[in-house]
Design a protein around this ligand. Structure first.
Ligand code: ZN
Length: 388
């Protein structure tokens, strides 16, 4: 990164709690009047003005004092706004078959995208692919990385963000991979490693539904079944870095073995590979996911049974999560929602059967996140480390 970016990051890291809160409020709700910043942060307007001044001087925030009026003659709204281009981030989503990267501005708006295929899961190969994607996305920023504030990498599984280590990822076949250390010398900025569903939750926390709702959950269905939790305005991290592992709730038969090695996990019947394996076994040959979906649409008995069992198990798991945490909203995403017609009736039926009392007022909405959205989550994870 260049000196300008380093100075901006140093300023953000030096802020005490109240000015930092002012910055995140402007960042996530920009443009916003000083009156509203004051109301949301509980600080006096004088304190807000004092907090905004160094942010304006550093080029992170622009002060449109008096440029708009709130309808009352002589009463300027004094809006302040974030300068999105003040810093740049790169977000990476590691999938089993490819690495997807985005370059974003400070508000996680995507400026460019690049992908690289993965031929194997050896950590060195994956690191090389991530470095290649980063190099392509960094190139327009100049030899020093310009305003690049950091590189976020989202991986499924048990991720120790503080240590930068992927402790366990069944999808990648990884145990104790020190991903940050492997990457740090290959990219020109600090590296943040994050669990992929939590990264998605951080984006919603900072720039999405979290702005209006205190408690929500994201449940993703597809190759894995994951959940990100946002309770009372905060993303639930888990003291040990693990929380919301809905895919490993033991709600399936014990004879079903999960990719994680345990018995009876939700993923053992409801993850896409488990559904495909069950249909393949019934037909005595390998079927693809595309064919599995087609068979289910055609009414094939084995395919219907596999999708029914998956949907019922996911619905029960979502009811369990809602009963435990009482969110206002569950956002259902992940690649399998593109075939949600195969899940909806049984999933919602099992959910309604098991959700308890008023917890059932929780709304469930479908949001088909793209893999770019997941990469954007990794970028949000970087931005959150700058301003908390
Ligand atoms: Zn499991």
């Amino acid at each position: 990164m260049n000196d300008e970016a380093a100075a901006r990051i140093a300023l953000l890291r030096s802020l005490s709690a109240a000015p930092s809160y002012v910055f995140t409020t402007v960042l996530t709700r920009s443009p916003i009047s000083r009156i509203d910043v004051s109301r949301l942060t509980g600080l006096s307007q004088a304190a807000v003005t004092k907090a905004v001044a160094p942010l304006v001087a550093a080029g992170l925030v622009v002060d449109n004092l008096g440029s708009r009026r709130d309808g009352l003659p002589g009463r300027p709204v004094s809006p302040v706004a974030i300068v999105p281009e003040a810093l740049v981030t790169i977000g990476i989503k590691v999938n089993v078959d490819e690495v997807i990267g985005v370059r974003t501005d400070l508000t996680t708006q995507v400026l460019a995208t690049h992908r690289a295929p993965l031929t194997d899961h050896d950590p060195d190969s994956v690191v090389a692919a991530i470095a290649q994607v980063c190099a392509r996305l960094e190139a327009p920023l100049g030899p020093d990385g310009g305003l690049l504030a950091g590189v976020g990498v989202a991986v499924s599984g048990d991720v120790d963000t503080a240590a930068g280590v992927v402790r366990e990822s069944a999808n990648m076949g990884w145990t104790a991979v020190d991903l940050r250390a492997l990457l740090q010398d290959r990219v020109g900025a600090p590296v943040v490693i994050e669990n992929d569903v939590r990264a998605l939750t951080i984006t919603e926390h900072m720039f999405g539904v979290g702005l209006g709702i205190d408690s929500f959950a994201i449940v993703t269905i597809g190759r894995g079944i994951g959940a990100g939790l946002h309770v009372n305005g905060e993303v639930v991290e888990g003291v040990h870095g693990v929380a919301g592992e809905i895919g490993h709730l033991p709600l399936a038969d014990r004879d079903r073995i999960c990719a994680c090695g345990r018995r009876g996990c939700v993923e053992a019947v409801a993850a896409t590979p488990a559904i495909v394996a069950a249909i393949s076994e019934a037909h005595g040959r390998e079927v693809s996911i595309t064919e599995a979906v087609q068979l289910a649409h055609d009414g094939d008995a084995a395919a219907t049974q596999a999708f029914t069992e998956a949907a019922t198990t996911i619905g029960t798991a979502i009811a369990s999560l809602v009963n435990l945490t009482g969110p206002d909203l569950v956002i259902l995403g992940g690649e399998a929602v593109s075939n949600f017609d195969l899940f909806d009736q049984n999933l919602l039926g099992a959910y309604r059967e098991h959700v308890f009392g008023s917890a059932g007022r929780c709304r469930i909405v479908i949001r088909p996140h793209t893999f770019e959205d997941w990469a954007r989550g990794a970028a949000a994870a970087v931005i959150r480390t700058l301003a908390r």
